[in-house]
Design a protein around this ligand. Structure first.
Ligand code: PGA
Length: 256
């Protein structure tokens, strides 16, 4: 089954509105040659930068994402952002359950699941992050951890809903550390994730779900990673913050 490549830039807490606008103004020209049917190119700025970036990418092949979403429609949830607020700005993708949210902000599989359901109900494409810590990998618990995150985070989704979800596999030990999983290690884990999705939702759904790799992915390793059978793109932190490096990464990924 051929799955369309999806490369998403996770800007994390970087870029003011002015800086974000400048970044995508430069990026637009650099990726204009990437055909829309070959790859989805997504940028996920911080909330306060989304509007300016959304304006700047109008008419381009770059799509807009957010880094989180609350499950309630509105109400007393200080510091949170609702689906309608994101929709108004032209957001199409939402990163959910990033390991930094799990580690520093108390995100659990249960809250991930609520956010995923809210995102789907609003018509967004959720990018659901899973990944093990270094000690999990070293003690042979990677598969157990991933299974629990998938089972909890995707609980109660219908097949039709699951077909719209993107999974991002991000080994926590590889995020921002310069340590990338080797293509072989990443592929082995992506394969495990796909088998789990096949078990949960049936092969016809599992085989179609796009699974991104994330964790120190850059222009230099993008081709080899995306060349793997079960790696369908990337969720990019550091290398997405500079237009030239993000563009190079996208072009190299498409050679994989
Ligand atoms: P990194 O971050 O590319 O800087 O390692 C990836 C991520 O956390 O999404």
């Amino acid at each position: 089954m051929s799955r369309k490549v999806i490369i998403a830039g996770n800007w994390k807490m970087n870029k003011t509105a002015a800086e974000g606008k400048a970044l995508v103004e430069a990026l637009k020209g650099l990726v204009a040659d990437v055909p829309a049917d070959k790859a989805d190119i997504v940028v996920c700025p911080p909330f306060t930068t989304i509007a300016a970036v959304g304006e700047a990418i109008k008419g381009s092949n770059i799509k807009l994402g957010a880094q989180n979403i609350h499950w309630a429609a509105n109400g007393a949830f200080t510091g949170e952002i609702s689906a309608d607020m994101l929709k108004e700005l032209g957001v199409e993708y939402v990163i959910i359950g990033h390991s930094e949210r799990r580690q520093y902000f108390g995100e659990t599989d249960e809250t991930v699941n609520k956010r995923v359901k809210a995102a789907l109900a609003a018509g967004f494409t959720p990018i659901v992050c899973v990944g093990e810590m270094l000690e999990d990998r070293e003690s042979g618990k990677t598969e157990k951890v991933l299974f629990t995150q998938l089972e909890g985070g995707l609980a109660g989704l219908s097949k039709e809903e699951m077909a719209k979800v993107v999974i991002a596999y991000e080994p926590v030990w590889a995020i921002g550390t310069g340590k990338t999983a080797t293509p072989e290690v990443a592929e082995e884990t992506h394969n495990f994730i796909r088998m789990t999705l096949n078990d949960m939702f049936g092969r016809e759904i599992g085989e179609g779900v796009r699974i991104q790799y994330g964790g120190s992915m850059k222009a230099e390793n993008a081709k080899e990673l995306v060349a793997q059978r079960n790696i369908d793109g990337g969720l990019i932190g550091g290398a997405a913050l500079v237009a030239e490096s993000f563009s190079k990464l996208i072009h190299n990924a498409l050679l994989g």
